[in-house]
Design a protein around this ligand. Sequence first.
Ligand SMILES: Cc1cc2nc3c(=O)[nH]c(=O)nc-3n(C[C@H](O)[C@H](O)[C@H](O)COP(=O)(O)O)c2cc1C
Length: 208
Amino acid sequence: MNYLEALRWRYSVKKFSGEKISKVALENILEAGRLSVSSMGLQPYKLIVVESDEEIKRLIPAFYNESQISTCSHLVAIVSKTKIDPDYVDAYFAHISDERGIDMETLSVFRNNIDKFVSSYDTNTLSHWSEKQAYILLGTMITAAAEEMVDTCPMEGFRHDKLSEALNLNLLEERVAVVLALGKRADDDVFQNLKKIRKPLDKFIKFI
Ligand SMILES: Cc1cc2nc3c(=O)[nH]c(=O)nc-3n(C[C@H](O)[C@H](O)[C@H](O)COP(=O)(O)O)c2cc1C
């Protein structure tokens, strides 16, 4: 399948088959996530991959719709940072310096720009900015999954308090932005037969 065929093949699954996806496919999807683009490269997020059936079951009460959760293979919680503190930025620059073998001094202009960006916004704005980066990661993983012929359902339909507690998050620093359920569509998931609803090209694109 080329990527357009893969994107036409995919849909948001409401009922998975319960089968586990292959380790290789999972690793490829997660690696695609790791390679996702983010503003200034700051990657203000992390993934929590829930793979044991017991752990997935434990999370069911946090979701409004049980069907995808009780039948999926894996759940990936995309956790975004609500706080971008100097330690985080320090670690980012130490990593660049290490990976590219360049000294911190050479990175000072870039560093100043990031410090200016971080210090000019309040916590809410930065938290919202982090979530936007998390959604790019979501899109990258959904597309990668489709290429792997792994089904997905992105999910915002969960109770933040319950899910954060179940995942043991530090709410002073992070929150679940969105969850991606992975698996294989169930044969009787009726949604796979519905025509995809997308805007026609002329309502979607304006060429100027
Ligand atoms: C950020 C996001 C959150 C979503 N949350 C849910 C959800 O909680 N439950 C659900 O069944 N579908 C959810 N969806 C799926 C959308 O309803 C679906 O993508 C949309 O209707 C388009 O259909 P398709 O993905 O099948 O092509 C979500 C999609 C996105 C992108």
